[in-house]
Design a binder for this molecule. Structure first.
Ligand code: ATP
Ligand code: MN
Ligand code: MN
Length: 365
């Protein structure tokens, strides 16, 4: 991404509750996240702190690290110069993120102030990122298959904010009373497909790049790039040329060798989650998205439910309910699913709800 996720920011502790199973621990709430903290840290409701989200990579020599983290780094067998903040279950309570006390930072700043760069925090990237594992072998084999940066002046990059970091989204969602829909979040790689309005070339893009056509260059033997394979399997170029050259198709490329193929597919397949009109510069609202996918014979990401805020309040009434609703399995494989993506029908509000069982690395069955 260009916009680096705000991994560490100034926040106010909104709640401190006793830990039901541990005398020396407490449960702190920050935004929509729960963090297990030591009572000894004396964190109070209303305290201003720096909150580091899951997937933060903290520099392990930082003086401001909480004592518990310093001890864990001390105890590491293979010393690393960074510490990965993960989702954890501590005495039966979910703990996500890390709290740094202000006194350890000597700062006076407003809520939301981004501290990521200042604290030297980077994002931990697992194999989900396009440039790592899943695709790395191919990049090597094909001698580098990135052609140029993603054409973000034509079409927005794909991304979804997390509900726990943006709890106001749920609020405005409820208040606007707009109908919404939820789709299953598929754990693959992001693909964008379009016909360049200037050159009339068909472009195949991953999260951050346009990918070379598989026949480009003289590397041999040729290794099919999964994004191109997805386009080919869906006959996407022909469909766009025939139907409407102004549409960019955005979807999750899933299948063998991508992430851990949690859907258990036997070939590469594209699941559309967005269609963007390059001319009018807008995402198609839900009904048009569905009908266009039908017309073009494209598979959408599975639609979990279509709700009307006025009668389906249960689902969206709290972050807790959303997190429960995000749990489940991929029907094709029975593997634990990554979660849900909720959106208003008009595509104005959109966020992801990641399944904590998936974050904890639970196996299904
Ligand atoms: P983060 O920014 O939270 O660290 P990230 O940027 O690596 O995470 P993801 O957690 O994968 O991204 O979430 C956003 C991505 O989810 C989108 O870019 C898209 O590729 C993918 N995705 C999978 N299923 C869906 C879906 N049903 N609707 C929308 N996007 C989806
Ligand atoms: Mn992101
Ligand atoms: Mn992803």
């Amino acid at each position: 991404c260009d916009r680096i996720r705000k991994l560490a920011s100034v926040q106010t502790v909104s709640e401190i509750l006793p830990h039901p199973n541990a005398d020396r621990l407490e449960l702190a709430t920050i935004l929509g996240w729960q963090v297990v903290v030591a009572k000894a840290e004396l964190i109070q409701k209303g305290d201003k702190v720096v909150y580091c989200e899951i997937d933060s990579k903290l520099p392990s020599t930082a003086t401001w690290l909480p004592e518990a983290v310093k001890r864990r780094i001390e105890g590491q067998k293979n010393k690393k110069d960074w510490f990965h903040v993960k989702t954890a279950m501590i005495r039966g309570q979910l703990s996500q993120g890390l709290i740094v006390l202000m006194k350890d930072l000597e700062e006076e700043l407003e809520d939301g102030h981004d501290m990521t760069a200042k604290l030297g925090i980077e994002k931990y990237d697992d194999e989900e990122t396009e440039e790592s594992t899943g695709d790395r072998n191919k990049i090597k084999l094909a001698g580098g298959n990135c052609w140029k940066p993603f054409p973000k002046e034509l079409v927005p990059k794909t991304d979804e904010p997390r509900i726990q970091s943006n709890p106001w989204m749920l609020q405005s969602f409820k208040e606007s009373n707009s109908p919404y829909y939820a789709t299953v979040k598929l754990d693959g790689s992001s693909g964008t497909f379009l016909i360049d309005p200037k050159t009339d070339e068909f472009w195949v893009c991953s999260r951050n790049h346009v990918r070379f056509h598989p026949n480009y260059g003289d590397d041999s033997p040729k290794v099919m790039c999964p994004y191109w394979e997805a386009a080919k399997n869906a006959n996407l170029e022909a469909k766009l040329r025939e139907h409407n050259k102004n549409l960019a198709i955005q979807g999750e490329v899933c299948g063998p060798r991508i992430a851990k193929n949690p859907l258990g597919l036997d070939r590469i397949k594209l699941f559309v989650f967005d269609i963007y009109d390059l001319k009018t510069r807008r995402k198609l609202p839900f009904a048009e998205l569905v009908s266009t996918c039908v017309k073009l014979g494209l598979t959408m990401v599975p639609v979990e439910c279509v709700g009307d805020n006025s009668n389906v309040t249960e689902h969206v009434s709290s972050i807790g309910n959303l997190l429960e609703a995000s749990k489940g399995i991929y029907e094709s494989s029975g593997n634990v699913r990554e979660g849900l993506v909720l959106r208003s029908m008009d595509q104005k509000i959109s966020f992801k709800v990641i399944n904590n069982d998936y974050l904890l690395g639970k196996k299904s069955k």
